[in-house]
Design a protein around this ligand. Structure first.
Ligand code: 13P
Ligand code: SF4
Length: 367
């Protein structure tokens, strides 16, 4: 039997140059029917085909505003879910490789968050009256839905402070998941002392905390983290500053508290890009975020005499973002040209409706 030319196996052996031509040709044929959204961590061979690029917040807005029939998301699974939730019913969100997940998002699952909610209710009385659940956008749709039905909200790395203000205006405490670092860094920048933030170990009963610790905490920080951003260490900053005392440091808030405290600026991928772009010519930067973005920044600004360095001494990339390769993108687009949708991301409508509530609250408070 002849091999199906539109099966993914037929693309696996194509080289990047051939994929490049085929992606361009398929995009041309699809015209306005397709929009390709690309996160800043995407590899260059994919990123250059994106019609719109951005951080998680900007891309959510692009997805909501796009009129295209097909939204091809070059990013990770939770981003494509958000695109599906915020786009119209006739639109189709697609993730070119379904294995492009997010290890941090996987650290929080609904059953464990619901258990935490029951335990908080035991200790504090009705958790719905005392705690606002806040989920980082890096989470599955059912957790956004949990926040929607419990009066909570979603945040991204670019609006976390505004979201926490919104949350505290409603209840005294916040359960923040899944990234402890974003929660801690944001809380601390808002003036909440470290002693008022307790880590909730989701594998322990009551998060491994005593009733007194739970009562005292203003933010309960889910014990999740990003495996990429945890690689950046304060020692890397010290060593770099010893070599280049005039250098500046900018980090993503998924980095540890110690790294963020030693950084001159902390912000989302979009804000890191802006910070480097707006710095005077000749500035030297040490950047604590994913390698593909750091390399792109270096290339973009080297002609201005700026030099952009990666914070870790070892290569650490987001391996799941890297799953989206030119082969999968060519496969996705050529199938669309033939009227076939592959890798559709579809959030069940009951989950999507509740998740949309939490996302809409976020979009309302975002600058
Ligand atoms: P941004 O929203 O800053 O782009 O971050 C997304 C992400 O996954 C960072 O690891
Ligand atoms: Fe998830 Fe970290 Fe990759 Fe971002 S960099 S998508 S948080 S694993």
């Amino acid at each position: 039997m002849a091999a199906n030319p539109l099966a993914i196996q037929s693309y696996a052996l194509l080289d990047d140059a051939e994929c490049e031509d085929r992606i361009v040709a398929a995009k041309e044929k699809l015209g306005d029917a397709v929009v390709i959204l690309g996160h800043h961590y995407q590899r260059e061979e994919v990123f250059r085909h994106a019609d719109r690029t951005g951080d998680s917040l900007k891309l959510s807005r692009q997805a909501a505003a796009s009129g295209a029939r097909y939204i091809v998301f070059c990013g990770v699974h939770f981003m494509a879910e958000v695109a599906d939730i915020l786009s119209g019913p006739e639109q189709v969100a697609i993730l070119p490789d379904l294995a492009a997940g997010c290890s941090m998002a996987d650290m929080a699952e609904l059953a464990k968050v619901e258990r935490a909610w029951r335990e908080l209710t035991e200790v504090l009385g009705d958790a719905d009256a005392t705690v606002t659940p806040v989920t980082y956008i890096n989470s599955a749709a059912d957790l956004k839905a949990f926040c929607g039905r419990h009066g909570g909200i979603v945040c991204t790395s670019s609006n976390a402070a505004r979201v926490l203000e919104w949350a505290f205006a409603r209840r005294d405490k916040v359960l923040f998941f899944p990234d402890q670092h974003l929660g801690r860094n944001t809380g601390w920048a808002m003036g909440i002392p470290l002693e008022a933030m307790a880590v909730w170990d989701y594998d322990q009963p009551y998060g491994g905390l005593t009733p007194e610790q739970i009562r005292r905490a203003r933010i309960l920080l889910w014990k999740g983290y990003c495996s990429v951003h945890q690689m950046f260490r304060p020692e890397h900053i010290d060593a770099f500053k010893a070599r280049y005392p005039e250098a500046k440091v900018v980090s993503h808030p998924e980095c540890s508290f110690e790294v963020c405290r030693k950084s001159d600026a902390v912000g989302s991928t979009e804000s890191i890009i802006r910070t480097v772009a707006e710095s005077p010519p000749g500035t030297r930067w040490l950047v604590g975020t994913e390698l593909n973005l750091v390399n792109r920044l270096h290339e973009r600004h080297k002609h201005e005499g700026k030099s952009v360095h990666f914070m870790a001494p070892t290569v650490c990339m987001c391996s799941t973002m890297f799953r989206i390769d030119p082969q999968h993108l060519a496969w996705t687009l050529e199938n669309l040209v033939e009227g076939r949708v592959v890798n559709r991301i579809r959030v069940p409508e009951d989950v999507a409706a509740q998740a949309r509530e939490a996302l809409d609250r976020m979009l309302e408070v975002s600058p």
